[in-house]
Design a protein around this ligand. Sequence first.
Ligand code: IMP
Ligand code: MG
Length: 183
Amino acid sequence: MKITNEKNDIEYVLFSEEQIKTRVAEMGVELTKLYENSAPVVVCILKGASFFFTDLCRQIKCPIHMDFISVSSYGKSAQTSGVVRLLKDLDNNITGKDVLIIEDVIDSGLTLKYLRELLEARKPKSIRIACLLDKYQCHAPEIGADYKGFDVEDQFVVGYGLDYADNYRNLPYIGVLKPECYE
Ligand code: IMP
Ligand code: MG
């Protein structure tokens, strides 16, 4: 396996640790109001959403259940393969429950379209989506999230859970990857 020099591969920092923390806290306030009386199942899409999920869950100040799902659409490339596969299903039965899906970034929107259809078939009471980043130019507006952290341009970003070929996830900020690192 190639060991990357992660800091040198970053063109510039897009969102600092502090900016992410502030925004996640704001989202937590909104979601606490929304789910005050419903104990939703909060679903982490592995692995990219992991840090966002754990930070956001701690900012939701009411009872929740945590669950995890894993899908794959990218493989090693920086472009979607267009095919979404379920790698790990939920542990919880979500029928009749409020469900909040936590995603790292919406790009083409294919992953969320697939997951929404998969989970809607199980007849939850509601499904909402919170994503940290929205590549708003890359998908139809109706696919978008109900709650989002930041809008981003169409560029490849890593850190705070986001990867390229499973690298860079543990950077504490979100940065733009130098194109020569994935071209
Ligand atoms: P979509 O299905 O095209 O919306 O892609 C969503 C998934 O692709 C996300 O969950 C990420 O895992 C991955 N992805 C999309 N854009 C980026 C990026 O800029 N950096 C890292 N991963 C990304
Ligand atoms: Mg990924």
